[in-house]
Design a binder for this molecule. Sequence first.
Ligand code: PLP
Length: 378
Amino acid sequence: MSLFNVYPLNPIAITKAAGSRVWDDKGQEYLDMYGGHAVISIGHTQPHWVKRIEDQLHAIAFYSNSVVMPIQEELATALNDISGKKDFQLFLCNSGAEANENALKLASFHTGRKKIVAFKKAFHGRTSLAVAATDNPNIVAPVNETDNVLFLPFNDITALQKCFADQGTSIAAVIIEGIQGVAGIYEADDAFLQAIRKCCDDSGAVYIADSVQCGYGRSGQFFAHDHAGVNADIYSMAKGMGNGFPIGGILIAPHIQAKFGMLGTTFGGNPLACAAALAVIEVMQQDHLIKAAEEKGNYLINALKNTEGVKAVRGRGLMIGFEMEAGLEDLPKVLLNDLKIFTGEAKPNVIRLLPSLAISMEDINLFLIGLNNAIQVL
Ligand SMILES: Cc1ncc(COP(=O)(O)O)c(C=O)c1O
């Protein structure tokens, strides 16, 4: 049987990993500035994370959500603590799309309304409602098409206010990434997030902070949306949450009430996933990785701004994008094939850096040397 051919693949088989390094099946070492697409938060095969999962595996890997699971409650407490969202409630699922799907559905249940406000270039996942709120017609199947999603220009307060003035009473939710990732690393302005908060407060709509990529400490705050100084009503989380173990979730404000059966999942919140997620939070707290993301990110961003051939450096913490001067289009290929450095891309011209929050300064400097060399080669 062949694999369903949906991914354009690099012809490299990664078989081993540690920290910010990965190795292929021939023993070639690579520096990972991509973090498997922002997933590796505390470092590949981090020892405490491996042990926490191993120990849990010997105790119990899975039981369904029909019984009390103390480890879910432990995770909820740890998340309250690290996020500062003290009275929020936790619903666990398995991926980013599923987190957003549940967030949107919950907003609709809560308000009794149907309209969703999303933004140009947004990416929220591939399940039916998440993809309908994603601004990429190529991945929206005919069955996912709906008039319920309104796409507004990003960071345009006037357009937002006009939309709410016209249709506020039918809007269930506004969904927004704190830093747009797939689009090519574009930060939401603080004033824009504050305006969303106000529009939602005035109209009774739900503010959903898609933190799947920009959350979990990557921006230097637990949620990138926190930089704006206002709370969202629902935060969706996934990528960095399990450091590679599949887990997603939503944090839900206290005024949104649960009803039996309104959300549910078989695998979401299983003990093994919770153990992985707890290990991530424990390591983030012990090693002060959120602060590290801020400091190392500032260093990297400043260095990139002073690198010849690099332009339009964007982002916060260790969620960074930059554009390449004309003639450097092959930079990602040269970085990977010649300098053995993984980076991410956003078409047509953006390199994305999403390394582990535990990356060392030595590795950051190695990357900068590699980048300069690659630019010289071209
Ligand atoms: C902002 C954002 N939301 C949602 C998703 C979907 O997450 P998943 O691929 O885990 O379904 C992604 C994935 O890239 C994302 O970047």
